[in-house]
Structures are given as C-alpha cells and as structure tokens.
Design a protein around this ligand. Structure first.
Ligand code: UFG
Length: 328
C-alpha cells in the first residue's frame, strides 16, 4: 500500500515506519520535526512539513497517490495539556480535521488514528474494555476523543474507514537497537528511571504515593513500541470503507511506578534513588487494558509479554545512545 505517515519521525511513528517498510509498503513520512527526529526514518521517505500547510499536504497526497493515512502527529503530554490546552486543540484537533478533510475529498479510504487510553479518564471498570464510557479528565484526552468522534461521523457519511488505536503506555526500543525513545524534555517514567540509573539524573521523583493502589503509586499498562507498530499494520488491513474500528492496545497487565523502578534496577544492576513527591495533575490511578478484542479480531499477539522484556530493550537503547539520535 502507498501510505502517508504523519508524525512518522516520532517515537511510535518511526517504529511503525520501519515495520511498514520491512513488509514492503511504500511510505511517505510527513513530519515537522518539532518532536520527531530526522535520523529516525530513512531520508528518502521523509518530507518535512506541517499539517497546517494544507496545500503541501494536498500535493503530497496526490503526487504519491496515497491509499492510506496513519496519523501520529500530535502533542502528547498530559501534564502540558493542562497548562497549554490551546496547543493541544490546535495540533490535535484542528490540524487533524484539516488532514481528514483532504483525505475525504481525495477519496482515500483508510485512516489509522493514534488514540489513547487517556480518553477513558478514570475508568469505572479495570481492565478497561472498549465499551467503557470515554470521559477524559485532561485536555489531551479531550482532543483525542473529539477526533475519534469526528472519525465516526465521517465514516457514517463518507466512504472512509478508520481504526482508532487506544494505546496504553508505549515503552521500549527496537530490538535491533536502531530506534528508541527520545523526547526533549523527557517526561515519561521508564526513560527517566533509566537516566537516573545511568547517573544522568540524581533521582526519580514519584508523582504521588497516596493512590488507592497496593503500593500507593499509579499503575499503568506498559506496551512495547514494536507491538504497537504491529497493531497499526493489522488495523490497516482490517479497515473497511464506511466502518470504524476501535481497539485498546496494551498487555492487560499493570505495573506501579515502584514496580517500574524495581524492573529498571533489576535489568541495569544499578540502584535508583527515589524522591517521593505530590501527585501530578491529570493522572488517573489505574489504567490497564482489556485487549481481548484486538487479539481475537485482528490476531494481534505481543512479542514482549512482560515489563522486564520491555525495559531490557529500553535499557539497551539508552545505554548505547546517551545523546539520543545525536552523534556522541
Ligand atoms: N511518573 C512519575 N514520575 C515521573 C514521571 C512519571 O511518578 O517522573 C508517573 C506518572 O505519574 C504516571 C506514570 O509514572 O503515573 C507514567 O507516567 P508517564 O508520564 O510515563 O505516562 P502517562 O501515563 O502520563 O502518559 C502516557 C502517554 C500519554 C497517554 C497517557 C494515558 O504518554 O500519551 O499515558 O494516561 F495519554
């Protein structure tokens, strides 16, 4: 298939591009490099551009005769979304709507969307099934849910099919060591704990120790980025015109913040110093996926079934790439 991948130079995007190319797809990456990395994708695939530039986008979709779009480009920090919602509504909603309208007008029939478990807010039932009511508790989740609704309305009215993949916590790095997680600033737990283990940070702060969980810290469902990439390929093939699919993508197993720190200590053989701090705004206590639907309907089967196996790949990446994609 000829596929446009927005945000393809970012963390999950670049791992998905790698898999698409390995399976023989023709890929055009569209990324403004605000958070993505030039070195994370083959240079012949990359077009540097912004979703705001509708003419550029239109041209690309046409000349490359795009048949499907995988839409990663977005702002994705829960904390930042609570202090700068404008950025989230602009990037995640307006830009996405522009893209979707071009896709619709050109009659492109397949659209895969990066959604999130943050659309569920504080779930009443855990593990979370796709039928759980979606009630986000932060602007990031609001923007992602709003776009899911747009997609559903478009699929009902136009011959476009979509899949919304509700990721839980993406983690880990490519098995061959070529790609990994690089954010600036880094806000995600696993890279921060690894940086502390490597001596690049004095300690890790735990955001809240009074949650209603066995050890008082938040529980998340960490899922390997290559397993997420595979979910995109499966979803792409399953999409049918006029139909919408929505799947949770997680392991179905939760790990607390303290358990993540222990896993990094075990894998690295280092001691990580911990500081206990207050809760971070917008954090639900427990987010764990029921991922039976994608396993059953699309045959998705994660290759990294444990937190330890995920952390091992992340540790290898950070140890061998202390400056991310920049040369040492
Ligand atoms: N945490 C700490 N200390 C830190 C960083 C994180 O204790 O220094 C905790 C957080 O409070 C949270 C857990 O570690 O409980 C995981 O935090 P991350 O920032 O790594 O991930 P989030 O769960 O906040 O965010 C991820 C994705 C989002 C997605 C969200 C759904 O990055 O895109 O899951 O809640 F929307």
């Amino acid at each position: 298939m000829r596929i446009l991948v927005t945000g393809g130079a970012g963390y999950i995007g670049s791992h998905t591009v790698k898999l698409l190319l390995a399976r023989g797809h023709e890929v055009t990456v569209y990324d403004n490099l605000s958070a993505g990395h030039r070195a994370a994708v083959p240079k012949e695939t990359l077009v540097v551009g912004d979703l705001k530039d509708i003419d550029h986008l239109d041209h690309l979709l046409l000349v490359n005769r795009i048949e499907a779009v995988i839409h990663f480009a977005a702002s994705a920090s829960v904390g930042e979304s609570t202090t700068n919602p404008s950025k989230y509504y602009q990037n995640n909603l307006l830009n996405s709507l522009n893209l979707l309208d071009r896709v619709r007008r050109l009659g492109i029939g397949r659209f895969v969307f990066s959604s999130t478990c943050a659309t569920y807010g504080v779930p009443a039932t855990v593990p979370i099934a796709e039928t759980e009511p979606q009630k986000p508790i932060n602007p990031y989740g609001n923007t992602k849910l709003a776009f899911e609704r747009m997609l559903a309305d478009y699929a009902a009215a136009y011959p476009i099919g979509f899949a919304a993949l509700r990721y839980f916590n993406a983690a880990g790095a490519a098995a061959d060591g070529t790609l990994g997680e690089v954010h600036d600033p880094e806000t995600h737990l696993i890279p921060l704990v690894i940086q502390a283990a490597l001596g690049k940070r004095p300690h890790v702060e735990i955001f809240g120790t009074d949650y209603p969980t066995p050890d008082g810290t938040c529980i998340r469902d960490y899922i390997h980025v290559e397993d997420l990439a595979e979910a995109h390929l499966l979803a792409l093939e399953a999409i049918r015109p006029g139909k919408g699919l929505a799947y949770n993508v997680g392991l179905g197993a939760g790990a607390s913040v303290r358990e993540v720190i222990r896993a990094v200590e075990e894998v690295s053989g280092k001691i990580v110093l911990v500081k206990e701090g207050p809760r971070r705004a917008g954090d639900p206590p427990v987010l764990v996926a029921a991922s039976d639907a994608i396993r059953r309907e699309l045959g998705w089967a994660p290759k990294y079934p444990t937190l330890k196996s995920i952390v091992e790949t992340a540790w290898r990446w950070h140890r061998t790439h202390p400056n991310g994609y920049a040369k040492p």
